[in-house]
Design a protein around this ligand. Structure first.
Ligand code: SME
Length: 190
């Protein structure tokens, strides 16, 4: 069954709807999810190269992945050096916890271990912080600055159990590498 055009940035095939992430970031929604994420790397990098505000760039990065996947929650927690905890940054999805603390939860584990955390079932992760009861699986990727210090984490939650394939995680690591590479060029005052 073919794709039918729906307005400027949507398509429909039978009962299934597809949409473009944005005019600037056209994604083929018929591709498998991991390929859609891979397809985002170059256009997202180009979009972020044109803007020096870290807040604006993190907001677009979260929006791009959220729109391309339909995952439940996609966003950033930024390391608050002064308070030594993680503070909520730009995100898409339901209202979330504003602060996360060392030693508790998946985001803190990614921060403290400087290692991607893939959690197929959040109920099996000791200390998991449940900002939304709808989240069943989660992946958290550390974002580093040029010195290799973790400066933020990219947190993605799914309402499906065991929803993150190895291909998804690899593609997300590619996107995270772009954010890390650009981090030092960004400003945070505005
Ligand atoms: N589940 C995370 C907390 C953040 S929310 O998922 C948005 C954690 O355990 O760190």
């Amino acid at each position: 069954m073919g794709l039918e055009r729906l307005g400027e940035c949507g398509w429909q095939r039978g009962e299934v709807y597809f949409w473009a992430v944005a005019h600037d970031l056209p994604i083929d929604m018929t591709l498998p999810r991991a390929l859609r994420l891979q397809q985002l790397v170059q256009p997202l990098e180009a979009l972020m190269e044109g803007e020096r505000s870290g807040w604006a760039n993190l907001a677009n990065a979260a929006a791009a992945v959220f729109s391309a996947t339909g995952w439940h929650w996609v966003g950033f927690y930024v390391v608050d050096q002064a308070e030594d905890n993680l503070v909520l940054g730009p995100f898409q999805g339901p209202v979330a916890c504003t602060r996360l603390f060392r030693g508790k939860g998946v985001c803190a584990a990614a921060w403290e271990r400087n290692q991607t955390q893939v959690v197929p079932n959040v109920h099996d992760f000791p200390g998991h912080v449940a900002c939304s009861s709808a989240s069943l699986s989660e992946v958290v990727l550390p974002v580093s600055n040029a010195a290799g210090e973790v400066v933020a984490v990219w947190d993605i939650d799914s309402a499906e159990a065991d929803d993150f394939t190895a291909a998804d995680v690899e593609a997300l690591e590619g996107l995270t590498a772009v954010v890390s590479k650009m981090w030092n060029a960004w400003t945070w005052a505005r």
